[in-house]
Design a binder for this molecule. Structure first.
Ligand SMILES: NC(=O)C1=CN([C@@H]2O[C@H](COP(=O)(O)OP(=O)(O)OC[C@H]3O[C@@H](n4cnc5c(N)ncnc54)[C@H](O)[C@@H]3O)[C@@H](O)[C@H]2O)C=CC1
Ligand SMILES: CC(=O)C(=O)O
Ligand SMILES: [Mg+2]
Length: 467
């Protein structure tokens, strides 16, 4: 069951209740107390902040139980998630302090003019003399934010800030969130090209399909810095890594398994492409209308591309129909689409990656009794298959070797690098994919990306550790 964490500020009238009564009330209503802070001690009354983990749907029951208990006054309920977002999650920090006029004349005018002229004479110097060498734009138009859909550029910002935090903490990449107030493909392309000079790479995020395909392709062609649509390629890389390891746990071969991918949008298209490149021979792509079948006619160019592949099945049907007899289910669609009976009809030792965020296609309680390996995109369950395992190391690598683009061999190398972090001895149903806090992930992905960029001729600089 998805959990949330709330802080309850309560005032206790000690003549009527003890803290034990409060704890028992919270526990009976389904909450799990994780910490208690005394805000105002007192003999007759006291105020405490009680942090409680509770099912996403259970907060109201706790509030009601406390409100009905004599001697307890609920002063405030704060959601910890809201608290960590107050004022935003990132800030810009100068690398040095300007202490006097002398410093000022170096970092600003007149000194800075010398640097401007040097870059004007040789644009490549932007990499050594500005933030370009280490700065990535995280850009969204807010049209496919997580599984929440088209919620607009303001509402997209917390996700983009979160990605920027992860870039910095995991790979020391300075990332900046940019949320565009337009859905027009040409205007998005024009805007990104216009702001690109200060950036060393572009990470597109949560832009809905099919516009995301043209936006990425055009920008990759027209810019000389790497452009990466995270929901497509980051996700496909991590799914491929997870699948390579999950197949070992299930004792199955990639060229034998029947794979159903549900949600053929940005993530689904790229996952299908990468799985075909990795050796899948029996693929069933499914979207709202049911299976996308070989020989079918589709207006969506990427669906048509799939319908022309020999590995795609001809059999029509709904998701439920085609899931029967599948070995692998990969969901990048919407939450709560499947129930226990659906996964029960999959083949023995099934693999389910229910990756819709924040609510997976099927909850672990329903899936786990019937499958060998279960994974989601969330941080609060084991086996987190999330593109955060890919994008920090990929961009660390491309910035370090100044790659002009991120090609298919670089992506496949990144997938194999992520899979390799879990050793044969460690591999089990609960551990098919490394944690994002495993420092080897970024190091190995970076190494694989740089090495492959050099081998495929896209690197424009050889980092010192590769010389
Ligand atoms: N765990 C992870 O790392 C990632 C998870 N995701 C999740 O995958 C989902 C899709 O993301 P994107 O591909 O970026 O969005 P998108 O909007 O490009 O694609 C979503 C696709 O799902 C389809 N869909 C919607 N409801 C469906 C249903 N009931 N049955 C079948 N198909 C359905 C839509 O028609 C569309 O083709 C989201 O929930 C997102 O949070 C996406 C990227 C990374
Ligand atoms: C993880 C991510 O990028 C998404 O759910 O859209
Ligand atoms: Mg995303």
């Amino acid at each position: 069951m998805p959990q949330t964490s709330v802080i309850l500020r309560v005032e206790l009238d000690h003549r009527l209740v003890s803290f034990g009564d409060v704890a028992a009330t919270i526990s009976r209503a389904g909450g799990d107390i994780t910490s208690i802070d005394v805000i105002r001690p007192g003999k007759e009354s006291s105020v405490r902040d009680i942090t409680v983990d509770v099912a996403d749907t259970g907060e109201a029951a706790i509030v009601e139980s406390l409100a009905q208990t004599e001697g307890i006054r609920l002063v405030n309920v704060s959601d910890r998630t809201f608290l960590v977002h107050l004022g935003g999650k990132i800030e810009v920090q100068p690398k040095q302090k300007i202490k006097n006029r002398d410093d000022l004349s170096l970092v600003y005018t007149p000194g800075v003019a010398k640097i401007c002229s040097a870059i004007h004479e040789n644009a490549k110097k932007a990499y050594s003399l500005t933030i370009k060498r280490n700065t990535v734009a995280v850009i969204s138009d807010g049209t496919a934010v997580l599984g929440l859909g088209d919620i607009g550029p303001y509402a997209a910002a917390p996700v983009m800030e979160g990605k920027a935090m992860l870039f910095k903490q995991l790979a020391d990449v300075d990332a900046f969130p940019l949320c565009l107030d337009t859905k027009d493909t040409e205007e998005i392309i024009r805007t990104i090209k216009a702001i690109s000079p200060i950036f060393g790479g572009i990470n597109l995020e949560d832009i809905s399909s099919p516009r995301c395909f043209e936006i990425e392709t055009r920008l990759a062609e027209e810019l000389d810095i790497p452009v990466f649509h995270d929901d497509q390629h980051g996700t496909a890389i991590v799914v491929t890594a997870g699948l390579l390891n999950a197949l070992k746990v299930a004792g199955k071969r990639i060229d034998h398994v029947r794979v159903v991918v549900n949600g053929i949008g940005a993530a689904g298209v790229s996952i299908c492409k990468m799985l075909l490149a990795a050796g899948v021979t029996r693929l069933v792509p499914v979207d709202r209308e049911g299976a996308i079948v070989r020989g079918g006619q589709y207006a969506h160019p990427m669906w048509q591309w799939l319908a022309d592949r020999p590995e795609v099945e001809e059999r029509e049907g709904t998701l439920r129909d085609v899931l029967a007899g599948a070995d692998v289910f990969i969901g990048v669609s919407k939450g709560n689409l499947l129930d226990e009976a659906d996964v029960e009809r999959m083949n023995a030792n099934a693999i389910v990656f229910a990756m819709a965020n924040p609510v997976p296609e099927i909850a672990p309680e329903a899936a786990l009794p019937h499958v060998k390996v279960y994974a989601t995109g969330r941080s609060d369950y084991p086996n987190q298959i999330n593109n955060v395992l890919a994008f920090p190391g990929i961009f660390r690598g491309v910035l370090d070797c100044r790659a002009a683009r991120i090609n298919e061999p670089m992506k496949l190398a990144a997938a194999r690098a992520i899979a390799s972090v879990v050793s044969e001895a460690e591999l089990n149903e609960q551990y098919i994919i490394p944690s994002i806090f495993n420092e080897q992930v970024v190091q190995k992905v970076r190494h694989a990306v740089v090495e492959t960029a050099i081998l495929t001729g896209t690197a424009r600089r050889i980092p010192p550790d590769f010389r």
